[in-house]
Ligand binder design. Sequence first.
Ligand code: AMP
Length: 288
Amino acid sequence: MRVIRTNAELSTVLTDTSPAFVPTMGALHAGHLALIRRASQVALLSAKPVSAKPAPVVVSIFVNPTQFGPNEDYSRYPRMLEADVAAAASAGAQIAYAPDVNEIYPQASPSNFSMPLPDVATKPGLEDALRPTHFAGVCQVVARLFDLVRPAHAIFGEKDFQQLLVIQAMVAAARDRWPDLQIIAHPTVRESDGLAMSSRNAYLAPAQRENALGLKRALDAAQSVRPEDAERIMRDVLMRHELVIDYAVVRDAKTLMPIGPSSIPPIRALIAARLGNVRLIDNAAINP
Ligand code: AMP
């Protein structure tokens, strides 16, 4: 496993290869490791000829300041590079790219790397309503990382479902910039009791940890009712778990528009809710 801290070293190591790439903010858990294992498989399966050495798996570990709002947890976000490098290696990564902020945004100039925001980033009542600068920061850092890593494949978790759609739309709108890049979606990895794994789960006090299960229980409850009743049912379950709801909605899974009587699947339920100052998100396909 090679740990790289600068763009100069990265470009030397990645000459003539198109990696399988997993962007992360670190504090790696089993969800991230599943993405890394998936990247290894993808690299192996896309080696040409099949006997050729597979492309390397690159994991970036970078807490991106521009995707955090002013009152969010940027400064206290967990940072544990040594443990992350060991975990990423155990899941099959060959390169950990852990740059300093100045490497990603030279001369402290993030705005030089701004990207147009896809429509799906600004759908009413979702992330953008509560975190208005979040997806601009995500697009900025992911575009920057794609330019530096030049991957053939990049793996993203369905855990951040709107983010996945935003990245897919960003890449589709910039095909000339990343002509061969494929975005691969990986299902949400959960604890044995159903809680979606998240680096922010570490902030939960024991009583909050129990109530955090309300998100998965709300998504499960939404499965057994008509889609038009799902939002009310989800809100009931969340409130019973003392969760403060940012949103609990059922949307068209491709456009994230509200559904109506003539909507056709796929449909997705999406939740963001808070326990104290810990904000949790989760989502699930709704199969009518
Ligand atoms: P983060 O480090 O939180 O920015 O996440 C990095 C990547 O891991 C993103 O593509 C996330 O969607 C993905 N991810 C985070 N948690 C999970 C999970 N529980 N299951 C699957 N993917 C996840």
